[in-house]
Write a protein that binds this ligand. Sequence first.
Ligand code: SME
Length: 166
Amino acid sequence: MAETFRETQLPIAKTDRYDALTAEVVAVLAGEPDRIARMATIAAMLAQAFDTFLWCGFYLVDPAKDDELVVGPYQGTLGCLRIAFGRGVCGAAALERRTLIVPDVANFPGHIACDARSRSEIVVPVLDPSGTLVAVLDIDSADLAAFDERDAAGLEAIVRQVFGAA
Ligand code: SME
C-alpha cells in the first residue's frame, strides 16, 4: 500500500515543482530583456530547485559559426567550451532541434564527458520568438535515468515562456 501511494504521488510532485518553478522564473525575470541575464538566472534557479542536477546550463549557438555551440551561463563543475552540431547529446539536440533524454550516457555514442560523474542527461533546444535555435539547455545528473517526460515538459515550458513566442 505504502509503495502504491508513493508511486502515484511522485509524478504529481515533480510536475508541481516545475509548475511552481516556472511561475517563479517568469516573475523574477519580468522586465529583464537581456538573454544572458535570463540564462544565468534560470541556471541558478534550476540548480537550487533540484539537488539531483549535477550540472545545468546553456550552450549558445555561436553566431559567427552557425554550426557550433559555445558555453553560456551554467552552474556546476567546469564544462567544455565548444561543441560542434551533431557531437554529444547537446550537439545532437541542436542538430535535430528536439529534446533528448539520455537515461544512460554510457550508451549514447559520442557523449562528451565533461564531468566523469555524469550518468544521465536531458537537453532541450531554446528557440527565439521567430523559431530560430539560439541555444540548448543541458542538464546532467549523477543518477542513472534521472530525467523523464515530466522534466522535458517542465523544462520546455520554462524555455518557451522565457525565450520563445509569448
Ligand atoms: N553532456 C554534454 C556535454 C556538455 S557537459 O556535460 C557540460 C554532451 O554530451 O552533449
